[in-house]
Design a protein around this ligand. Sequence first.
Ligand code: F6P
Length: 354
Amino acid sequence: MSMKFRRIGVLTSGGDAPGMNAAVRAVTRTAIAHGVEVMGIYEGYKGLINENMKLFGDRDVSNIINLGGTILYSDRCLEFKTEEGMRKAIETCRKNMIDGIVAIGGDGTFRGATDLTARGIPTIGIPGTIDNDITSTDYSIGFDTAMNTVIQMVDRLRDTCESHARCNVVEVMGRNAGYIALETGIAVGATAIVLRECPFDEAAALEKIKALKATGKRNFIVIVAEGVENYSEGFAKKIQAETGIETKFARLAHVVRGGSPTLRDRLMAARMGEEAVNLLLDGKSNLVVCERDSKIVAMDITYGQMLDRMYKGTLKDGDLDRFSEAEIEDMKAFCKMRSDWFDKLYQVANTISN
Ligand code: F6P
C-alpha cells in the first residue's frame, strides 16, 4: 500500500439514497484502520468549494448505519462544473491535506470525480442512487430500500383497492430508468407495468383489465415509471373511463428516497466502502466500485460513462475514439446482456400479471 495518504475526504452528492450513511461509515472506518485520517465533506462538491468539512473519528460515524438520508448532506453543485469552482475545490484539498476522495453518488458525482482526478486529487466513486441506472454496476446503493418502500406503499393501496373494487395507478421514481418500476411491478403483482424501455400496448392493457374484472378480480395495480413523461395521471383517468373501474392515482415521489436501509444496502455499502478506500490507498484513481455477478470490482469511470451512454443510446461523436475495437465489442456485448435481462424480466412480468 502506498503510504503517501495522510487524509482522505468522503462526500455524498446528487440525490440521496438509503445506505449512503453506511457507506460513509465503511469508508471512514476502513481509512482509520489503515492509519489514514478522514475528512467528512458536507453537501457534496459544494463543501469542497466552501471548505465545509469536519475531521471524522470512529465515533463520528457511530449509530448512522441504520439512518436514511446522508449525515454529510447532499447537493447537485453547478459551481463545481466551472473552472473557478474546480480551482477552489482543489485549493481546499491542498490546504486541508486531502490526498484523495471517495465520492458516493450517481452519474454527476462520477463526472466530478473524473475532474478531480484530472487535477491531481485521486478520486474513487461509489454508486449510490435509488434508480440503479448506472450501467457499469449491477447494483447501486439505495435501490433495494427504495423498492421495499414501494412494495410497502403499494401493498397498502392494494388492500383498499380490494375493499372498494378499485384500480390504483402508481408512479414511481427512477429518473429515465425503469428498474424500480419493473422490479416492484413484479413484486406487487401489478396488472400492468409501463416503462420507457419497453413498448406498452395501452389498448391491450385496457382490454385485459376489463377481462380480469369479468373474472371477479377486484383490485388492480398499475405501476408507471416516472420516465414515461406526462402519462400516469392521464392513464388513470382513461382506465376509469374505459373500464368503468374507479381509478385512483398516486405518485410516490420522494417518499421512496428516505428510510432506514435494508440489509442489502447496508451490506453493499460496507463492501463498496471498504473497497473504495483500498483502491485509493493502493494508488488507484478515477475508478467506480461496481458489483458484477455478485463480486465487487472496479471500473474506469470514463469507460463506465461511455458504457452508460452506449446503453442509454446517448453516445456523442468521438466518445468511443479512445477505446480499442475489443473494448467496444465488450461494451456492446455487455449492453446487449443487460437489455436482454431487462426484456426478459418484462416478459416475465407480463406473463404472470393476471
Ligand atoms: O436520482 C434519484 C432521483 O430520486 C430520481 O429518481 C428522480 O428523478 C430525481 O432524483 C428527483 O430529483 P430531486 O431530488 O432533485 O427532486
